[in-house]
Design a protein around this ligand. Sequence first.
Ligand code: LHQ
Length: 265
Amino acid sequence: MDETPVRVEKRAGYRVVTLNRPQRLNAFTEDMHRALKAALDEAEADRDCRTLLLTGAGRGFCAGQDLNDRLVKPGETIMLSATLEQYYNPLIRKLRALPFPVVAAVNGVAAGAGANIALACDIVLAAKSANFVQAFAKIGLVPDSGGSWFLPRLLGSARARALALLAEPVSAEKAENWGLIWKSVADGDLMAEAEKLCARFAAGPTYGYSLIKRALDASETNDLSTQLDLERDLQRDAGMSPDYGEGVRAFMEKRPPRFTGRNGG
Ligand code: LHQ
């Protein structure tokens, strides 16, 4: 049996990272956190890796924290903040900060932190049979791994509050209609669609993509005037990249661009 908690497959220009504890719907243990961190660090350090595809093995995407690892006996207390501080918060920050697009292919249920790890990715595709559950309230917890930040921004307050308080599943199709995710696709097409997207990103202006991620993240807290200044600075950097020159030449010459993904430095 394949026991590694995270599988990494290298493709031309990108990596497929698969959460691999299918018997527990890919719920997170500390081992799995360490393996995922190593996979993300290695992808970031590899100049040929220009996008990342995150998915789950078996019938689930990820059921959040493995609750067997965090059992509390009556009368005991447990310091969950330490788990967030050590594992989940750095993971969410890392996914947002990776200097290339991250695509989630949500193949089945995404619950608790598993749902919010998907929402932290840049583009979320989900199989029609998948669903998203903010399961936290069912066990007396608060949405974490960015859930309390992503939900109101993606859905507005009414839907965010209902999902967080009721902990009811949202189907992939409803998630698409509500704007929680990019797209729901037929189960059998999920991986092919996700890999097609990754191949497209892997041939794209990677440095420009990294600046787009920075601009959109910063816009969550900036006022318009501050954001205009940031756009000026990021456009200066983008304009100095070889991909800008190539993009404009290709447009003029009516041919597809050959982007390298590099910055101007
Ligand atoms: C599981 C789990 C699981 C262990 C399914 N753990 N075994 C951060 C900081 C620190 C601590 C606390 O948490 C956090 C963040 C969080 O993520 S809190 C939220 C944790 N997750 C949940 O509460 C979700 C729990 N799971 C479920 O509600 C259901 O399993 C869902 C809705 C995900 C799927 O339901 P079904 O499709 O009916 O599958 P199932 O319940 O039969 O699960 C299949 C197996 O996976 C089963 O094991 P078994 O031995 O009976 O076949 C489950 O016990 C196991 N499993 N999630 N989180």
